[in-house]
Design a protein around this ligand. Structure first.
Ligand code: SAH
Length: 248
């Protein structure tokens, strides 16, 4: 069944309200009518099975038929920080990372980053990235929409390492095997830092280690910048038996 996110304040008195771009999707793309059912999720851990009662140009009102706990969230809160890669590759990471189960994303700039962020267009970019993540979260049955942080510079990213219980720097020139690094920590808030097409410089790798990020190897093959975070995120959730979905 089709799922839509709405803000928590739009759920009250046994009804759920959907506003914004999803109204167009519900009415024009899915061609839903009063009486049809959808799932509404407020990103607070509960899924609401709803029946559409009223539709208007600006909103869809639904009656909540039943509630159940959202099952789409891993226990591990894994954040992917990636040095910005060319447009469609970063957007691919946002979409696929959401499907795999990332809790959030931090785009950042670093020495060999090929992308320059135009301050004037930053808000527009941010809105586009948030939309990609929201749509991927709906499609993949997540219980929450992952967060997308504003673009950070390298220094800010290093400062944010301290906010996580554990941080890993994907460093192709050598580090702890990912499997061992993940077995050695019980952290539930993890930051994974991945470089751009040209990788990190030695100096950046040292600075990251100095800030508390453990250098990790993703194996003896060099992965493309957009493959690395998706592969690592899959491995981390797999290693922790945190993929969910088991029924017997
Ligand atoms: N330095 C390389 C490749 C960069 S790969 C070059 O010469 O072009 C892009 C990013 O993916 C790296 O910065 C690193 O974070 C990650 N990565 C790719 N393969 C990896 C591996 N085998 N182990 C750890 N990190 C890897």
């Amino acid at each position: 069944m089709q799922r839509y996110f709405t803000a928590p304040e739009q759920i009250s008195g046994g009804f759920a309200r959907i506003i914004g771009e999803d109204v167009h999707h519900i009415l024009r793309v899915m061609r839903c009518r009063p009486g049809d059912r959808i799932i509404v999720c407020a990103g607070t851990g509960t899924d609401y099975l709803c029946e559409i009662t009223e539709t208007g140009a600006e909103e869809v009102l639904c009656r909540i038929v039943s509630e159940s706990p959202s099952t789409g969230e891993p226990v591990t809160r894994l954040w992917i920080a990636q040095s910005l890669t060319k447009g469609d590759k970063w957007e691919w990471v946002l979409q696929k990372g959401t499907e795999i189960g990332a809790a959030g994303f931090i785009p950042f700039t670093s020495e060999r980053c090929l992308i320059k962020i135009d301050e004037k267009k930053a808000d527009k970019k941010q809105a586009r990235w948030r939309k990609i993540v929201k749509e991927a979260a709906e499609q993949s049955h997540r219980g929450r929409v992952p967060e997308v942080a504003p673009v950070m510079n390298w220094k800010d990213l290093l400062r944010s390492v301290a906010r996580f219980e554990a941080a890993f720097l994907a460093w192709e020139k050598g580090g702890k095997a990912l499997k061992r690094a993940i077995a050695e920590t019980e952290a539930s808030e993890i930051l994974l830092i991945v470089g751009p097409e040209g990788g990190f410089s030695e100096r950046e790798a040292e600075e990251a280690a100095g800030s508390g990020a453990v250098p990790i190897s993703l194996g003896s093959r060099i992965l493309r910048a957009e493959t690395a975070p998706l592969f690592a995120a899959s491995c981390i959730l797999f290693a922790r038996n945190d993929l969910g979905g088991e029924t017997e």
